[in-house]
Design a protein around this ligand. Structure first.
Ligand code: KG4
Ligand code: ZN
Length: 342
């Protein structure tokens, strides 16, 4: 085996995407994702259906990732898997598969915190593309369907949460607003699309009053719901007529809240290396506002490639690589953690 070359298989199954990826050191060799269409009609992920779909998809997805990477499973140095946070039934599929494969190949097993992996996605080297990554310490705004956090990242394996949501996550707020308007799950990308053509100042929503660097989005969701309820009572076609403005105004409010807290965090820490991560970092409005703030405030900003924003296994493999270097291996009796803080 070539010393200094580390090939890792990453496996992600925390929510509704079954994903596998292979890295050689920081270079991404392959990434494969099987999404799940079964949840579309339910307005959210149905845990039972998600576990079943993972069970169906995991073998072909891992197989495809190895084939695309052009490597045999015997060449792998370790298997990294998402231990949590996430849906227990979904996590169990990836965890059990990873354990079985590491035992069969007699190679180390590495457990990964999904949220730390979202942050470490910034260190993925994509073939043929320039590599640019944040320097330590940096701040990362992690905004996904399940979490909203500001994290101080001191090293690959040393992170501290300095702010987080008390209730809904930013992605969840997007999805719930979309559901109220009758849009399918996940609503975030659709709200983003419609917002581009709407007036962000058409409707006003109260900014939550949460002290420090923490967030709250449940009040915003409720005031959005009440606005729609009251207006639809007067005019049945209100949603259809004002969908673009509703999306633009709602999105602006979420972005204002996120940016307000991020600015506070850079002030209180003095850190100007700023990254974003997680599904909502794919939002075009957030990306644009972040770029403006960077110019105005002299921040260096790091925005992941779209495909590394939402759930994927490339980020699990890269997180596994840094743990591999520290020989930070998991025990074979590691259990998945639906809640997994750091
Ligand atoms: O990180 P992710 O793929 O899964 C979790 O770990 O939660 O994030 C999914 C979330 C969903 O709530 C989805 O609506 C949201 O990210 N999302 C977006 C956009 N793309 C995905 N929200 C707003 N604008 C987008 N373009
Ligand atoms: Zn995620």
């Amino acid at each position: 085996m070539n010393e200094g070359i580390v090939k890792i298989l990453g496996i992600e199954s925390s929510c509704d995407d079954t994903a596998a990826a292979v890295t050689r050191n920081q270079l991404l060799l392959s990434t494969v994702i099987a999404g799940q269409q079964v949840h579309k009609d339910y307005g959210g992920v149905v845990p039972e259906l998600a576990s079943r779909a993972h069970q169906q998809n995991i073998v072909p997805v891992v197989d495809a990732a190895l084939k695309k990477a052009g490597i045999k499973k015997e060449e792998l140095n370790a298997i990294a898997f998402t231990r949590g946070p996430g849906l227990m039934g979904s996590l169990l599929v990836g965890t059990s598969f990873a354990k079985a494969m590491s035992m069969a190949l007699n190679i180390p097993l590495i457990e990964i915190n999904h949220l730390q992996a979202h942050i470490l996605a910034h260190f993925i080297e994509s073939p043929g593309e320039p590599y640019r990554c944040p320097s330590f310490p940096f701040l990362c705004l992690t905004v996904s369907g399940g979490h909203t956090q500001i994290v101080m990242v001191k090293a690959y394996n040393d992170m501290e949460i300095i702010g987080q949501t008390h209730d809904d996550a930013a992605g969840e707020a997007f999805d719930k607003a979309a559901k109220i308007m009758g849009l399918p799950y996940p609503g975030g990308p659709l709200v983003d699309k419609f917002a581009k053509e709407g007036n962000p100042l058409a409707f006003k929503f109260p900014e939550p009053k949460i002290p420090g660097l923490d967030f709250s989005f449940s009040g915003l969701k409720t005031s959005f719901l009440y606005l729609i309820r009251d207006e639809v009572a007067k005019n049945e076609s209100f949603i259809a007529e004002r969908k673009l403005d509703l999306c633009a105004s709602f999105q602006k409010c979420v972005i204002d809240v996120l940016m307000h807290k991020l600015k506070m965090a850079t002030k209180s820490t003095g850190i100007k290396e700023i990254a974003i991560a997680g599904g909502v970092s794919a939002n075009s409005g957030l990306r644009a506002v972040l770029k403006d703030s960077a110019e105005e405030l002299g921040w260096n900003i790091y925005i992941p490639k779209m495909e590394y924003c939402t759930d994927n296994a490339a980020m699990i493999a890269i997180a596994g690589y840094f743990k591999y270097l520290n020989k930070d291996f998991a025990s074979i009796d590691a259990i998945p953690l639906a809640r997994y803080t750091f």
